[in-house]
Design a protein around this ligand. Structure first.
Ligand SMILES: [Zn+2]
Length: 382
């Protein structure tokens, strides 16, 4: 199986590039529900061609997600996680058209992560005819770029039933797989005081802006750089008019941590913040949004990927841990061994310089196919 995967993936490259062009030229910004639905339609039709059946369509709050459950119900099941939404608004193609120049693909969403999506179809194709495919669940969601509010449940449910998850997000620098991601917590801090005229009787007010200022400084001290924990006061607002003592103020806080223990420490500290202005009130809402993907959970799977990569001829593999979150946080968070960043090699995610290196595509596709086959055949994953 592994010996000819790379040759067959290379033969299929022109077809994959044609699929990629169709995906990139169908713009699918997360914020535009109709565009996300149109993107899902295209992916569904394309997938039916490769997988022998249309997807199950799961619509949550008007947002369309696709699921293919392939193969039988015995033996290990592999979960492949893709998203087809992008951060690029409709019309971006006019400014950044799809094109291939000197072996590099450009276009909105090519790196994050439409190439990964095309690779998933082609990797499954390499494994055989639709009716002979191993036990694989392929999810293609439509809200990853806003934190997967409507697909999280689906992703976690599928991960619980799977032996391993492969997330087709863009790779790290030089093609590194992502085996660690920080967990993300989001908080909203509200301060409540009392309004009064800033000129006539300021002493009758309770200044919520002053209160929140004290909280900004306290919160700024909650991080632990040595542990890699950041706690960042970010969006801040207070008051109504320049001549009114502010009655209310709000602060958004973004916190990232490598471990659940650190997330819980920050959560405990945030929820026990006390007011500093006598009479003012402070309220904290929010909390842990994505659990961390802790590298320990992926090491057996990464070792398998290294071994397969050298057998297939896909070259040496690197692994990295990153601060940004993805759906890999959710699959790893429910205990499913996860390799993330399995998709395209390139750079410029969410930037005008977004690009993908064409010659890496067959290697990555072959590696994904080899990994699916190995896990479904019973290779150790933990
Ligand atoms: Zn992505």
């Amino acid at each position: 199986m592994t010996t000819d995967l790379l040759a067959r993936a290379t033969d299929a490259l022109p077809t994959l590039m044609h699929d990629l062009e169709r995906l990139v030229t169908c713009e699918s910004p997360t914020a535009d529900l109709a565009a996300v639905a149109a993107g899902a339609n295209l992916v569904d039709v394309m997938g039916a061609g490769y997988l022998g059946s249309a997807a199950e369509r799961i619509v949550v709050d008007g947002r369309t997600h696709l699921r293919w459950r392939l193969g039988g119900d015995t033996g290990p099941r592999v979960l492949i996680v893709c998203h087809q939404d992008t951060v690029w608004p409709i019309g971006t193609l006019q400014r950044l058209p799809f094109r291939v120049e000197d072996g590099i693909v450009y276009g909105p969403g090519c790196f994050d992560m439409k190439t990964g999506l095309a690779m998933a179809f082609h990797a499954l194709r390499l494994l055989g005819a639709p009716q002979t495919l191993p036990s694989v669940t392929l999810l293609v969601t439509g809200d990853e770029e806003i934190g997967s509010p409507t697909s999280r449940q689906l992703i976690e449910d599928e991960a619980r039933q799977s032996s391993a998850a492969f997330v087709l997000e863009a790779s790290g620098n030089g093609g590194a797989l992502k085996t660690g991601r920080k967990g993300v917590s989001l908080f909203r801090v509200s301060a409540f005081g009392r309004a009064s005229h800033a000129g006539l009787e300021p002493e009758k007010g309770l200044n919520a802006a002053v209160e929140i200022a004290g909280q900004v400084l306290a919160i700024n001290g909650l991080g632990d750089p040595a542990a890699g924990t950041s706690v960042v006061p970010s969006v801040l607002s207070a008051g109504t008019t320049s001549n009114t003592v502010p009655a209310a103020a709000t602060l958004m806080v973004d916190s990232r941590a490598w471990t659940v223990a650190e997330q819980q420490r920050v959560q405990a500290a945030m929820t026990s913040l006390q007011p500093t202005v006598p009479g003012a009130r402070v309220e904290v809402t929010g909390g842990i949004n994505r659990p961390p993907m802790e590298p320990a959970g992926s090491q057996t799977l990464f070792a398998l990927a290294e071994e397969l990569s050298s057998q297939i001829g896909s070259g040496a593999l690197q692994q990295i841990s990153v601060g940004g979150g993805s759906d890999g946080n959710f699959t790893a968070g429910v205990g499913c061994p996860t390799l993330d960043g399995m998709g395209a090699v390139g750079g410029g995610a969410h930037a005008d310089s977004e690009h993908v290196i064409v010659e890496e595509i067959p290697r990555r596709t072959a590696l994904l196919a080899g990994l699916i086959d190995a896990v479904c055949s019973g290779a150790a994953v933990r």
